[in-house]
Design a protein around this ligand. Structure first.
Ligand code: HEM
Length: 205
């Protein structure tokens, strides 16, 4: 537990809420995966299942990432540490969905064909921003355990601040690729800017 969270008392309503928090969040975060798997196996993903899967997993990854980022300021707003208790789990779910998203794109869509990948990259440069986001998320997921946090000490905190960079690259990726209806990507951009503003104001204070 971080130094800041020591100063904020954990005050969720008593039993059973404290025990239910993590399993409830786990089930909520996993249920879209179960839904997608079911839709895939029962042929309910529309005429282009690979496109649907790419879009759905990308959206899930960015949502989980932004929610996990929002949990830190939420702790300050609610003056309670319960958001921190589920932050790592949601960060890992963001990675899980990003991993599926990237895997579906590389393996199912591009069939690991480097020439096809290269030409897609030159036609759709937004993929570079997605790659940056993913590359940042990998070491964060790999060092997310308490053991790694202890081993890396202060460097762990600096490394994990990279999650803001990953969030920015992911939002750039989405805003860049979006055509037509721009509402959703701009909502994510607004959320990201709000999170930056909140952190900035707190730092300034
Ligand atoms: C190697 C990394 C990545 C690659 C190659 C990649 C590739 C793609 C592709 C091909 C699409 C579909 C574009 C289209 O519909 O025309 C897409 C959409 C998307 N990606 Fe990625 N992506 C990557 C990483 C990420 C990451 C890390 C995130 C989020 C954390 C993300 C979030 C999204 C979102 C939100 C969409 C739009 C979904 C929608 O249209 O509803 N991507 N990505």
């Amino acid at each position: 537990m971080s130094a800041t969270s020591n100063t904020v008392r954990f005050a969720l309503p008593g039993w059973p809420w404290q025990r239910l928090l993590k399993p409830a969040v786990f089930i909520m975060a996993l249920s879209p995966f179960i839904y997608l798997l079911h839709a895939l196996l029962t042929g309910q993903l529309g005429p282009n299942p690979i496109d649907t899967l790419t879009d759905q997993t990308g959206t899930l990854a960015i949502r989980m990432l932004l929610i996990s980022l929002a949990l830190t300021p939420l702790r300050w707003v609610v003056k309670n540490t319960w958001p921190i208790r589920v932050r790592r789990m949601l960060g890992l779910f963001a990675f899980f969905y990003a991993f599926l998203h990237v895997g579906i794109y590389f393996v199912l869509d591009q069939q690991l064909d480097l020439a096809v990948l290269w030409s897609d990259l030159s036609e759709r440069p937004f993929i570079v921003a997605g790659t940056v986001a993913f590359v940042i998320l990998v070491p964060l997921a790999m060092t997310s355990t308490n053991k790694m946090a202890r081993r890396l000490g202060k460097r762990w905190l600096s490394l994990h601040r990279g999650v803001y960079l990953a969030g920015t690259a992911a939002v750039v990726h989405y805003v860049w690729l979006a055509k037509g209806d721009l509402v959703e990507p701009f909502i994510y951009l607004a959320i990201l800017l709000l999170l930056f503003a909140y952190r900035f104001v707190r730092l300034a204070k």
